[in-house]
Design a protein around this ligand. Sequence first.
Ligand code: K1U
Ligand code: ZN
Length: 169
Amino acid sequence: MALREIIVVPDPRLKQVSKPVDVVDDALRALMDDMLETMYAAPGIGLAAIQVAEPMRVIVMDLAREGEEPQPRFFVNPEILWASEETAPYEEGCLSVPEIYDEVERPARVKLRYLNYQGEQVEEDAEGLYAVCIQHEMDHLDGVLFIDHLSRLKREQAIKKVKKQAKAA
Ligand code: K1U
Ligand code: ZN
């Protein structure tokens, strides 16, 4: 396993639409292992492959709280089959937009389909933080960041702040 660099705004690669995966093989599992290690080290609760500059429809996630057993989850070619009309707000963050947090409103519940670490098809309902995180990560697969759900002013301010942090580092 290896730590990968997480790319940050305004890197144009974050706007790319990621490509579907053909086969879940050992090479893909090695990428997912690297992504999980990178996410834990950041630390974060989710990570899309494009955030480590791999334009593939792959996501890792772990929503276990501190002190709980790790619960790594792997999503290959995820699809949203249904989204509730009811929405819910959540104060989101993103490892590619470091130190910026703001409220985003998304469907409160979704039904999703994906391939797991073994390449098996899974269908699942998600609500709460799981629903928020999978929608945030699936946006990454389509080149959408959580700041794209904010006003233009807030988005521009966020990017300016991240650029300033990068200069100071
Ligand atoms: O960059 C990412 O996509 C990961 C992002 C996921 C996310 C967070 C909140 C709402 C929606 C999606 C993060 O993990 S940001 C860091 C974070 O939330 C966190 C870090 C350490 C402990 C707990 C949370
Ligand atoms: Zn993100």
